[in-house]
Write a protein that binds this ligand. Sequence first.
Ligand code: G16
Length: 553
Amino acid sequence: MTLKAVLTVQPTTPFAGQRPGTSGLRKKVTVFAQSGYLENFVQALFDVLPAVQASPQGQTLVLGGDGRFHNRVAVQTILRMAAANGVARVLVGQDGLLSTPAASAVIRKRGALGGIILSASHNPGGPDGDFGIKYNIANGGPAPEKVTEAIFARTQTLSTYKIMSGTPDVDLSRLGESWLGEMVVQVIDPVDDHAELMQQLFDFDAMRAWFQAGHRMRYDAMGAVGGPYARRVLEGLLGAPVGTVVNGEPLEDFGGHHPDPNPVHAAELMAAMSGAAAPDFGAASDGDADRNMILGRDFAVTPSDSLAILAANATLVPGYRAGLAGVARSMPTSQAVDVVAKALGVAAFETPTGWKFFGNLLDAGQATLCGEESYGTSSNHVREKDGLWAVLFWLNLQAVTGKSVEDLVRAHWARFGRHVYSRHDWEGVAVAKADQLMAALRAKLPSLAGQTLAPGLTVRLADDFAYTDPIDGSVSTGQGVRLLFESGARLVFRLSGTGTEGATLRVYLERFEPDPARHDVPVQDALADLITLADVLADIRHLTGLPGPTVVT
Ligand code: G16
């Protein structure tokens, strides 16, 4: 007997706090697991789509996530709701998995209306960890603020949601099509489209030869969704030895890893990349595989430098042989790429934090490469940041130049100067204290311009960053307090929009060092006066009650 799916309209009441942050709605698993919590958000999305994009009825959507705890349950709920809301077809990654860049690639390649991505990115997973959901539009990129605000507004007023009931869960373990009510569920290989795209952009012959010549690499997927993508390309298509990808099985709790690829959370990789016997190249990706960390032997590349170096060397890579239309970086990202853009004679855009702000520039063909200090880099091939893409770019550069990671970075600094850079995170701060700190800083801004706050640190501009999108004219204010000094140094303060516990204060520190003789001064020493100034200016230790930053990258 075949069971028939029945459309059910369930009564519900609004939940507070369903406003998406920097990248979608992120909360504890325990919050998402409440009856109706996910359902309300998804129904709000379906309700507002006709007004902000197009009706979901009769359309194709893409669905998948990073495989973290609650992913499997949430995928089934969303499938039932999509069917109840008239969606014609959902392309879902096998076992409910899709990395964020792969979801973007699938949306674009298959002409979908958009996609729902389940991830809390670099946040910890497991039953006590974090979960998240975000909607990406037809260009493959995160929904802009007008869409996320409309979804939020709807979450505050809805009283019912629609869902199909009466049938067992859809089997997502096998590729192929099945029906859920009137909707087709098409289970796709999560890796295929992305792997194909990588082959269109990079010199696979040169990279294969690099491995054949005996070079070694270690890619740490941190127990998250990046493993299958890295394995297919590195160990499969490029012939890297099996074992090049470590922690390559996507696990619900990431195998206990905190899948945030930075020197603190990727300590295991940092250790493996140290010493004469270490591999030539080290890399890591995060929970949903959109972030990347790039390491040489005993050498770490800052994300801001990475963006600048990729831009400066782009024409060495097949996909970018014709040069760049322009580059874009988030405001707190160092100015290293601006200097490259100037030398190349192309535009450099400065946007607020959040990948969604790059979408219009990429769609309009004004930027080719984009990047952020938060370990995100990508190009116009998708509308998300892309961890494996960045890693392959670095691999391609090493393969065609014969230079090591460290050689490439040092040559870059010698030519363009070094933007010495660090980010200090103060995590778990009481929200009221963090708000007080930012408000006090904002109040000080008008009095700071022209002042010399420490030797060599005269303020040229002090403001709260605001951005007018050059394509659609939309305005985003309150994007972070920044102090620009006459010397080119910068100090930026903002609160994270991705955390789920208390507030995280991020302090971004930057100074330009043209003198190669000083390029090896330890970063925290080179920034010591800015670090002290930040603490004094914002009264950080006192207001946060913390003895020092919890993460320094
Ligand atoms: C997200 C956004 C990025 C942003 C990062 C950190 O990345 O897509 O644009 O730079 O969060 O944001 P915040 O400083 O507000 O915590 P991901 O990898 O978490 O999706």
